[in-house]
Write a protein of this length. Structure first.
Length: 366
């Protein structure tokens, strides 16, 4: 058994190493041919010598990936969260749009079609500008407990969905906004396992099996993005960066305090996707950047320290508690026996599910 496992790991190492060397060779050929942008776009990956550790070392335009002081993702320590009563709930237009779902070879991206009928605006929240949703990205791992980019107290989740929007009050397009202050808002939604989902994510998930290889695309019509977002007004927010090259530090992050639910089948389909155009290539799983240093940044939250549940009658301990010194949050655990009970909570919950049981940790403050 050990020999078989060792052989598999050795084969995977050499395959990854070979692809990295080939991509590096292609990179230098493209650079010599005078097409730097497409060359760098084809080069970077999540493993090997094209992985996150090297993003900022070779391409001078990606220096922030290595030397930036406001990089994302980060680990969110509940004990250091700062309660800000002035953080308003954000609002998002509720309309159906058309989009293109694609396996990029690095992640699964859903690009919103550039048409006025597809424009979705995000308002209020921790910002005073209007933002238009540009794309949705799905990041995931090879196992259920290591698939999110952001983590909570060191805890990871099965996947993380990003809704990325750009500032239309200040900038004409996404590219200009990405390079400029207050340019981008990214809404992060943790994904947890459940047998039933019942949300608009299922509309996207139906196409996963049709984009198994890099470059494959599927049109998606009349998807309601607002229904992908969990019903909650509570979130955490901080100033950070893109989690992919060039790691621009122009992003305001909103991490929702409630997960979305996905099925095991959907996660399996995601993990069966390939990084290349042909069968036998390295699978797409673990397309997550490691957490980066917080570097004295403040992570604020609008989860009220006075919040109390009026709907749920079961006795429970609370997961978040306001710290006396910093008005931050400390951790306690709780169990909610059924998913129905969890859905009855008037405050939000972050939960952890494995094959045998589901343990919910409430996003509520004493």
């Amino acid at each position: 058994m050990w020999k078989r496992t060792g052989l598999k790991r050795t084969a995977l190492f050499y395959r990854t190493f070979t692809i990295s060397i080939l991509s590096l060779a292609v990179l230098f050929l493209d650079l010599a041919d005078g097409s730097p942008s497409s060359a760098w776009s084809a080069w970077w990956r999540y493993e090997g010598i094209s992985g996150p550790e090297y993003w900022g070392k070779i391409n001078p335009d990606w220096t922030l990936c290595e030397k930036g002081k406001q990089q994302s993702p980060v680990d969110i320590d509940p004990r250091s969260l700062v309660y800000d009563p002035n953080l308003r709930p954000f609002k998002m237009e509720k309309k159906r749009i058309d989009a293109m779902l694609m396996n990029t070879g690095r992640d699964v991206t859903m690009a919103i079609r550039e048409d006025p009928s597809n424009y979705i605006t995000i308002l209020t929240g921790p910002f005073s500008y209007r933002f238009r949703i540009y794309q949705l990205k799905i990041h995931f791992g090879t196992v259920d407990n290591a698939g999110s980019e952001h983590t909570i107290g060191g805890q990871s989740f099965a996947a993380e969905i990003h809704l990325i929007a750009y500032n239309t009050d200040l900038y004409d397009n996404y590219t200009s906004a990405l390079a400029s202050p207050h340019g981008i808002v990214a809404i992060a939604i943790f994904a947890m396992l459940s047998e039933k989902t019942g949300n608009e994510f299922d509309v996207i998930g139906k196409e996963f099996e049709n984009i198994r290889f890099k470059g494959e695309k599927r049109n998606i019509s009349q998807v309601l993005l607002a229904d992908i977002i969990p019903k909650t007004d509570h979130y955490m927010t901080y100033e950070g960066s893109l989690t992919q090259p060039g790691c621009q530090e122009t992003v305001t992050w909103i991490i929702l305090n409630k997960p979305i639910y996905v099925t095991k089948i959907q996660m399996r389909q995601l993990r069966q996707m390939n990084q290349e155009e042909t069968p036998g290539s390295i699978l797409l799983g673990k397309n997550i950047r490691p957490t980066m240093p917080l570097n004295r940044r403040t992570i604020r939250t609008n989860i009220s320290p006075e919040a109390q549940s009026k709907e749920c009658s079961i006795k429970k301990e609370l997961f978040y508690t306001v710290g006396e010194k910093y008005q931050g949050l400390s951790t306690k655990k709780t169990k909610i026996t059924t998913e129905e009970d969890a859905n009855k909570e008037s405050v939000d919950n972050i939960s952890e599910t494995d094959a045998d049981k589901e343990e919910n940790m409430e996003g509520k403050i004493e």
